[in-house]
Design a protein around this ligand. Structure first.
Ligand SMILES: [Zn+2]
Ligand SMILES: [Zn+2]
Length: 403
């Protein structure tokens, strides 16, 4: 019997000064999607200091590290996203963003730091690993359409060596610090976008009878789209349709010739995703035609829905219960209608996406807000979570292979 190692959290706590300094550096200099050049350099510098081999790419800001190359056993990939957001930080933190109008308001600085923390923990015990561990530092998660996961996959991050399981996590201010949330099956939504151009006939607002009024017809469309949610989809299957922008007209007494609507459709199941696109197109055309306007509909698909593998998720939850205690590892009450391009890995490889509690009393700021300031102690939990998940999956994978 090998000696029982200390909990990952104990070792992670000793790393806290290093974790803080990595996080501070990421947080001070946030970069937008696909522009993560400084961030990429910081990641490669940290991996070099840790003695972990990595691959970086020209013209693409991702980094893939590899611990325990050649070790027998399943390869587990751990992923962190790297990009910040166009938000002006108002946290008042001593290490707040130095770049005007940019902020790590989605906690991706915490994700990268936790992945470096896990890398430090795992590389120290590399000889005890049940297989290699890949570190996926992925750009452009916030970009929303192509994203960064797909380009990283296209560059071969899931091959050589072939990845058997993938694990990611996202900070969650609605979960208290120290808690980790998990969920089996559909966990986050597919996010699609639409743009509808309604063309009527421009003219004087006092003579609306002279042609189709694009504003009235666009309004009918906005309201009509909500009937797709209430009357087309199954009430047990979550769907969101939101119109986020309406543009048309210049002043009170002129009817504009066109109105442009933009919005998003969120679904959890592929068949519902298809149904909503079909129904939206049909409904919009019908409303416009019945009122004499013409419409152009652009419908673009973004990230697919994120589906956690049941076995891998339960294996990880078990490992985390051993690490953090039963009360701290909680099944989340429901899925989320937000989207995540971690879904792209899960389309190809089984794995799980976790929620990392960063909530603090009296600090209710949500993700993407200018005052979002997660509790720093989450860096310890985040590092230990990824390390424990990787080792737990390798142990279970090896046990299964041994039959
Ligand atoms: Zn975000
Ligand atoms: Zn995020």
């Amino acid at each position: 019997m090998p000696p029982v190692p200390e909990p990952w959290s104990t070792a992670a706590r000793e790393l806290l000064p290093a974790l803080r300094s990595w996080r501070k550096s990421f947080h001070e200099e946030p970069e937008l999607s696909t522009q993560e050049h400084l961030t990429q350099a910081k990641v490669t510098r940290a991996l070099t200091e840790l003695g972990i081999p990595y691959r970086a790419y020209d013209g693409f800001t991702g980094v893939v590290g590899l611990i325990g190359d050649g070790r027998p056993g399943p390869v587990v990939a751990l992923r962190a996203d790297m990009d910040g957001l166009p938000v002006t930080e108002e946290t008042g933190l001593p290490f707040r963003s130095r770049f005007p109008g940019r902020m790590h308001a989605c906690g991706h600085d915490v994700h990268m730091t936790s992945l470096l923390g896990a890398a430090a923990l795992l590389s120290r015990r590399a000889n005890a690993l049940g297989g290699p561990v890949k570190l996926l530092f992925q750009p452009a998660e916030e970009e929303g359409s192509v994203g960064g996961a797909l380009p990283l996959i296209e560059r071969g991050c899931l091959e050589r060596p072939h990845v058997a399981f993938v694990v990611g996590q996202h900070v969650d201010p609605s979960l208290p610090l120290g808690r980790i949330g998990w969920r089996v099956g559909p966990f986050m939504a597919a996010a699609d976008f639409f743009r509808i151009v309604v063309r009527g006939r421009g003219g004087h607002a006092a003579t609306p009878h002279q042609g189709p009024d694009a504003i009235v017809i666009a309004s009918e469309i906005v309201v009509g789209l909500q009937a797709l949610v209430s009357r087309v989809r199954n009430p047990f299957d979550p769907v969101v349709v939101s119109v986020g922008s309406v543009h048309g007209g210049t002043r009170d007494n002129i009817l504009p010739e066109k109105v442009v609507l933009e919005g998003t459709v969120r679904t959890m199941r592929p068949e519902t995703r298809d149904l909503m696109e079909r129904s939206l197109r049909r409904r919009v055309r019908a409303i416009a035609a019945s009122l004499g306007a013409t419409v152009r509909i652009e419908y673009r698909r973004g990230y697919p829905s994120l589906v956690n593998d049941p076995d891998a998720t339960r294996t990880v939850a078990d490992a985390l219960r051993v690490e953090f205690g039963r009360a701290n590892v909680v099944e989340t009450e429901h899925a989320l209608m937000g989207a995540e391009d971690f879904a792209r890995y899960l389309e190809r490889v089984p794995g799980t996406f976790l929620r990392l509690g960063v909530g603090r009393a009296g600090h209710p700021a949500s993700l993407h807000s200018a005052t979002f300031a997660p509790d720093e102690r989450a860096l310890v939990v985040g590092s230990a979570t990824l390390a424990a998940a990787a080792v737990g999956l390798q142990r279970a994978g090896r046990a299964r292979a041994a039959g």
